[in-house]
Every structure is written in C-alpha cells, then in structure tokens.
Design a protein around this ligand. Structure first.
Ligand code: NAI
Ligand code: MG
Length: 504
C-alpha cells in the first residue's frame, strides 16, 4: 500500500480523472457448466449415517433464486425426526466419539477436508445453484475457506491440551447447530469442524432456502467413514430449528442468523444447562479518512457491501467518509458501481448474483423505499436484469442521517448508506451509534490512527485498509446485539469444551 502524506494534492490530482471517459468492456458469457452436479429429485434426512425418510412425511421445495425453478424436494424434519437425530448423536457420542483419542478423530476430519477439496467444483456449483451467489465467490472464497476450516481444526484435535494449558478439555456432548443461507457450507464448516475436533457430535439444521450442500457434505462424511451418528442433518425451516434448540438432550446450541431469532433462542435456552453461542446481525461502519489510498478504498468498500449481494453479517453497510473527500469519493464510487456485472450467478464474470429468496428481496425493497421516503438520495446505475429470478440493483444512498432506518437496520442486501464525518472522534461516535457490533473497517495511511480507531470501535473484528478478510485461525464474533462467543481460531474450540474444573 503506497503511503500518502500530502492528502490535498492527492485529492486534487485524482479529481480530474473521476469522470474521465471509461472504456466499456463487453464480456463474452462464460457460464460454468452444471454437468458436474447431480441433483436428486428428493432428499431425505441424514440420521445415524444414512438417509432416512422423514417421519413427518413432509417435503418442501428448494429453488434456484436465479431462475425460480425448483431444484429438489427436501425432507421437513418434525419433532420425532429431530428426536431420532439427537438420539443418534447421543449414541455416537457415548459409543466412543467423545472418548476417541484426538489423533484418531483428526484422521476423519483431515479426510473430510481432503474430500471437500476433491469435490470443491461440484460443491461450488451446487452452492451457487441453490443460493444465488456468484460462482467466482463460491469457487474462490467459500470452498477454499470451507476446506481450510476443516484442515485447521483437524490440526487441533490432538493438541487440545496445548490449546487450554492447565486442564484437560472434555467435549460437551451433542451440539445442535442452526445455520443461515448466506454462506451455507462455510457456516457449516465454522460450526461442525471445531465441534468434531473437540469430540462432540452434531445435529445440524441448514437454512430452508439452501439445504443442498449440507446434504452432499453428509454424503462426504459417510464416504469418509465417519462413525454413524457423529454428524446428522435435519432439514426444515424455523420450526425444525426450534425443535433442535429446544431438545432436552442437546448440550450445546450454536446459532448464526438474524438477531430476532437469536433473541428467541436465547430465551428458549435460558434456565437450561445448555451452552449457547450466537452470531447475529450487523450494521458495520466502514470509515474512510482523507489520507486513505482512495482507489484501494473504493475497492474495499465495493467488496465490503456488494460481496455476496450484501448478504453478509459483517457487510460494511454504513460508509463514513471524511467530509473533505466525501464528494470525490461518492463520484468515484458511482463510477465503479456502473462497472459491476449483475446477473447469472453461474457466469464467471458476474460480480453480483441473485438475491437469496423472494422474502429477502421483499425486505430489501421495503427498506430501500423507507430510505427514499425518509429523504435520503438514492443512486442506482443503469443495469439490465434477467426476466426471471430475484434481483436487486447495487444501490447507494447519500444524504443519510443517523436516525434513518437504512442507517439503523440490517438490510442484508446490496445497499450502502453513506454519511460523512469531520474528526476521528466524530467517526467513532457515529460508527458506534448502532445496536450491533460485529465488524468495522478503517482506511487511513496512519498506523497510529488505525490503532486509535480499533481501540474505540465496538466491533468484534476491525479490518484496516482491507475488508472481509477471513482466516480459520482468526476469531470472529460480535458485541451487543450482534451476539456473543467467538468462532474461528483457538477461541472457536472453547465453545465446545467443558471449562476448567470439569463443569460445563
Ligand atoms: P433467520 O434468522 O430466520 O434464519 C436463520 C436460520 O434460523 C435458518 O436456518 C432458519 O430456519 C432458522 N430459524 C428460524 N426461526 C427459528 C427459530 N425460532 N428457532 C430456531 N431456528 C430458527 O433469518 P431469515 O428469516 O432467513 O432472514 C431474516 C433476516 O435476518 C435477514 O433479512 C437478515 O437481515 C438477517 N440474517 C442475518 C444473518 C447473519 O448471518 N447475520 C443470516 C441470515 C439472516
Ligand atoms: Mg435454494
């Protein structure tokens, strides 16, 4: 990163080329083939190492949000099915998974990690088909991260005593894990890998709009020879999730999703022995100082809010730009927005894919309407959208005030609310003016200012001169209404072991 010391000349010299004529590139379609994926008409529940028909007798469709076509029917687990899954997980725990030497458990997890790599193209295409995210993201971000998380936690399985010096970590038992639709396999990896590494067994409830990759993952665990019942999948919607969370024989609940459901879950487990971690919503502040390398910051902001259509809990959805570069920055951002390619998620050139579901599209529309009604100024580039499917044009709002709904509520879509500030203290105050506290970003060429800001921003993760960077060794999690507990790194193991002294 080139250091910039003369901010004013920097600003002046760049002003001239903001609106310079752009070269318009035509991209030839470059569609990833779906031949590698075989989607069955129907998927059953994965319980005790095999696919079982649901006792509920019910199935629901999962669609491709880019075409609105049904991809498959998926079993809807009722309370009896959840009960069977928890019983299978309990039996597998007691039968030996919980007592198996870590070096043995590691072999299974390493094998799973390698098999994910071997099947990564298939899994990436399926993730994109079922959820709408661009193939270049599922292929280059999600899948490599998924495998990396399994490799990372496999490595810890026989070293747990070094992770927690001074006591012998013991598993909790059965973990009930409920995950969202924005990173289906990655959220599975964040939760399943540390649970297995520490000797717990798992009942996983994927999101109802994106259940397919978890079912292929179940197949992988069986092929890897994972003992039956160590990993189970119960598909279904909120009711199935609530049955997992509420099951009396579940020892640990891990949830990623909306703050609203997180609160429900917290009250549901209150007063029980269950351990709980919650990774909830966010409304991250992305702060740009006038000494920032502006063009790099533009890329960081674009990545921060348009990556995965903005369906990202840590999305940089509130942009704070120092007042003296505000107009320049907004002009540059508008110019950059016009070059984003929105459309077919399977096209390797696509930057912004389909919105995950009709409901989510509706929610984004409502909040964007509220932004316009409350008086913010909207900007959307010219954009041709496919006829079918769920789409939303990348959107900027300027003239946003702190009290606007678009500055307060999680939109979870490709919509950025832009505000300004004058001093670092004002930036901190505005950044922290939110019920959330998951992540934040700072762009400045001054190292001391990065540290000063990071100390004061109430966020679990603060990125400096970059955004949305992940590593399995690095913990992730929130403050305030963004939840509690950390996933990733050594911290991620802590959620799945009894605390020192032997009590859960
Ligand atoms: P959600 O929180 O309802 O869904 C997440 C998971 O929880 C899904 O697997 C769902 O089936 C399950 N679930 C729903 N109700 C449950 C209950 N009572 N008990 C147990 N599990 C339950 O999120 P939804 O409705 O899909 O999206 C609504 C909003 O939530 C989004 O617009 C977005 O703002 C936010 N969201 C945030 C996420 C994040 O990672 N921060 C992820 C997903 C949604
Ligand atoms: Mg789907």
């Amino acid at each position: 990163m080139e250091p910039q010391t003369t901010e004013n000349t920097e600003v002046a010299s760049r002003k001239a080329d903001v609106l310079a004529p752009r070269i318009e590139w035509e991209y030839v379609p470059s569609r990833e083939s779906t031949d590698i994926v075989e989607i069955a008409d129907r998927y059953d529940l994965f319980i005790g190492g095999e696919f079982r028909k649901p006792k509920s007798g019910k199935y629901f469709p999962t669609v491709d949000p880019a075409t609105e076509e049904t991809l498959a029917e998926v079993a809807e687990a009722g309370p009896d099915d959840v009960d069977a899954a928890v019983a299978a997980a309990r039996a597998a725990f007691e039968d030996g998974w919980g007592r198996m030497p870590g070096s043995e458990r590691a072999k299974y997890i390493f094998r799973i990690a390698r098999m994910i790599q071997e099947r990564s193209r298939e899994l990436a295409v399926l993730e994109t088909l079922d959820g709408g995210k661009p193939i270049k993201e599922s292929r280059d971000v999600d899948l490599p991260q998924v495998a990396a998380n399994f490799f990372y936690y496999a490595g810890w399985a026989d070293k747990l005593e070094y992770a927690f010096p001074g006591f012998r970590p013991e598993p909790l038992g059965v973990a009930g894990q409920v995950i969202p639709w924005n990173f289906p396999l990655l959220m599975l990896a964040w939760k399943v890998a540390p649970a297995l590494a520490t000797g717990n067994t798992v009942v996983l409830k994927p999101a109802e709009t994106t259940p397919l990759t978890a079912l292929v993952f179940a197949e992988i665990t069986a092929e890897a020879g994972l003992p039956p019942g160590v990993f189970n999948v119960v598909t279904g919607a909120g009711e199935t999730g609530a049955a997992v969370v509420g099951h009396p024989d579940v020892d640990k609940v891990a949830f990623t999703g909306s703050t609203e459901v997180g609160k429900l879950i917290q009250s549901q487990v209150a007063g029980t022995r269950k351990r709980l971690t919650l990774e909830l919503g966010g409304k991250a502040a992305h702060v740009i100082f006038d000494d920032a390398p502006i063009d790099q910051a533009i890329e960081g902001v674009v990545n921060g809010i348009f990556f995965n259509q903005g369906h990202v809990c840590c999305a940089g959805s509130r942009l704070f730009v120092q007042e003296n570069i505000h107009d320049l920055f907004v002009d540059k951002l508008k110019a950059r927005l016009a070059t984003l390619r929105v459309g077919d998620p399977l096209d390797k050139n696509t930057d912004v894919g389909a919105i995950n579901s009709r409901q989510q599209l509706e929610k984004i529309r409502q909040l964007v309407e509220a932004g316009v009604e409350e008086g913010a100024e909207i900007y959307q580039p010219q954009c041709e959208l496919p006829d079918r499917g769920y789409w939303f044009v990348p959107t900027l709002f300027t003239g946003v005030s702190q009290s606007h709904r678009i500055a307060q509520e999680e939109i979870f879509g490709p919509v950025l609310s832009i505000m300004s500030f004058r001093t670092p203290a004002e930036a901190v105050e505005k950044a922290n003016n939110t019920p959330y506290g998951l992540s934040a970003g700072v762009w400045t060429s001054k190292g001391s200012r990065i540290l000063w800001m990071a100390d004061r921003m109430k966020a679990g993760v603060v990125w400096a001169n970059t955004y949305n960077k992940f590593d399995p060794a690095s913990p992730f999690g929130g403050y305030k209404e963004s939840g509690f507990g950390r996933e990733g790194g050594r911290h991620g193991l802590l959620n799945y072991v009894k605390h020192a002294g032997g009590r859960p």
